[in-house]
Ligand binder design. Sequence first.
Ligand SMILES: CC(C)(COP(=O)(O)OP(=O)(O)OC[C@H]1O[C@@H](n2cnc3c(N)ncnc32)[C@H](O)[C@@H]1OP(=O)(O)O)[C@@H](O)C(=O)NCCC(=O)NCCS
Length: 99
Amino acid sequence: MFECAVEAIADTPRLDNERRPEWEPWRAGEARPARRHDLTVLALAGDDVVGYATLDVFDDPVSFPALTGVKRARRARGIGRALKLRRIALAKAAGLGDS
Ligand SMILES: CC(C)(COP(=O)(O)OP(=O)(O)OC[C@H]1O[C@@H](n2cnc3c(N)ncnc32)[C@H](O)[C@@H]1OP(=O)(O)O)[C@@H](O)C(=O)NCCC(=O)NCCS
């Protein structure tokens, strides 16, 4: 998952320069209380995480879509769309709305 995050974060349009996450801060961020791992969706190729979509809930029942990322070599094949749709379906089933 971290390998996927490194590529996805580097390629996410943003203004700051922190484009390559370090392992420990990234891991700590993933462990934050708002992160809903039960509503995180992974795209797997064998054991390799080739994409994922995460969700934070700061103010239940409102959810905030966090990173969606797909490894560069796997992009433009519909994985990102599938991750998003699945994440939305899971959030709705959990009674959450979008922020
Ligand atoms: C954005 C990202 C997740 C898309 O993943 P993907 O698997 O390539 O997406 P899909 O193949 O499912 O494409 C879905 C649609 O989004 C479009 N799309 C994909 N990346 C796009 C981009 N960077 N800009 C504009 N449109 C994009 C595709 O053209 C496609 O549209 P279509 O169905 O009308 O052709 C991937 O490019 C990525 O990881 N980017 C870096 C991280 C990022 O910016 N995440 C979003 C913010 S959290």
